[in-house]
Design a protein around this ligand. Structure first.
Ligand code: CU
Length: 342
């Protein structure tokens, strides 16, 4: 990791869930930003260790902090690669474009089959939900609310007829991190599910504008390669004056959030950010930019935010970077190509 990428910026560490599985067999493990509600649901028959929520390969026999990012280690079973069972229902059952619907989710333990009620807070939230249209023009990042019976719900209005991917991202207390996708097809969609790919074109212009903010995107290396880390730097300025933006507000516990999805909606690369400051020399340890106990209302960030991603396969991907300023969330899409390795 080179210091020039992280000096004065927040670094967001991303891990491709699928690549992770392929390489290590490990799953992302819980974070411990806040103690979970209610009683733990750890199964005493399962092996429990202390793991970093962001670096699943870091495990310890005792509580503490991850040496790489300072995250509090959480109790989990890092050796259990099973997906939890996710029940996804909509109300009404047939969802129409342009009409509000309630999405409902329930999570069940893969071993006991019991309803899971306790979730770990990972960067301010216990359940993160993404809604992405097949053409990838629509992207929504939501946080469902939990009902007293343990289920979750979110109100969603889909903008057009078609096929959508509904992605749930959460960490059940005592389990490994889950990233579960469900399909949804609206009423009246007559397209070809297999054939209707997004058909993305990689962005060639570095600048993009959302409202009064302009982001200039730089890739490092310039050509991304499958299986190797790539970095996306977003340099933010005011659209009119060109003045660099230095008053970003923390958004979900950092100064930015990035999600990346492959064009065929199969590989998602997502994590909530870690904020790091480079050490004075390039060999020293990295320091947390946002200390755990900091008063986040007084922090500000920018103008450069760097994200790191590991794309598992060659192909086209779209990223959505999100920043918060003046109480408003800005979402910048960016499309790029990943080449075959070797
Ligand atoms: Cu979220």
């Amino acid at each position: 990791m080179r210091a020039r990428w992280i000096a004065g910026t927040s670094l967001v560490l991303l891990v491709a869930a699928s690549a992770w599985l392929a390489l290590s067999g490990d799953r992302r493990a819980p974070a411990a930003d806040a103690p979970p509600l209610g009683a733990p649901v750890l199964d005493p028959r399962e092996e429990v260790a202390y793991v970093c929520p962001v670096h699943p390969d870091y495990t310890s026999g005792q509580p503490g902090r991850c040496p790489r990012d300072g995250m509090a280690l959480v109790e989990a079973n890092p050796y259990d690669p099973r997906d939890y069972r996710l029940e996804f229902l909509t109300d009404p059952p047939a969802v129409r474009a342009g009409e509000p619907a309630t999405f409902r989710f329930r999570v069940f333990h893969p071993g006991t089959g019991e309803l899971v009620r306790d979730f770990v807070t990972v960067h301010d939230r216990r359940y993160h939900l993404f809604v992405i249209s097949q053409d990838m023009e629509h992207f929504e990042h939501l946080h469902p609310l939990q009902d007293p019976d343990g289920s979750w719900h979110a109100e969603v209005t889909l903008p057009g007829e078609g096929y959508y991917k509904i992605l749930s991202d959460f960490v059940p207390y005592g389990g490994s991190g889950q990233f579960l996708a469900r399909p949804l097809v609206t009423v009246g969609y007559a397209g070809d599910l297999g054939g209707d790919r997004a058909g993305l074109t990689a962005d060639t212009e570095p600048d993009r504008t959302v409202g009064d903010l302009r982001a200039t995107v730089t890739r490092d290396p310039e050509t991304f390669v499958a299986g190797l880390y790539g970095h996306l730097e977003f340099r933010l300025a005011e659209t009119g004056s060109g003045r660099p933006v230095t008053d970003l507000e923390p958004f979900l516990g950092s100064f930015g959030h990035l999600m990346i999805m492959s064009e065929d909606l199969r590989d998602y690369v997502h994590s909530h950010p870690i904020d790091l400051l480079a050490s004075d020399d390039e060999t020293g340890p990295l320091a947390l930019m946002i200390p755990m106990d900091a008063d986040r209302s007084t922090l500000s960030g920018g103008p450069e935010i760097t994200f790191e991603g590991l794309m598992p396969r060659a192909g086209r991907y779209r990223a959505w970077a999100q920043f918060s300023r003046g109480g408003e969330v800005y979402t910048f899409p960016y499309t790029f190509e990943v080449e075959e390795s070797g």
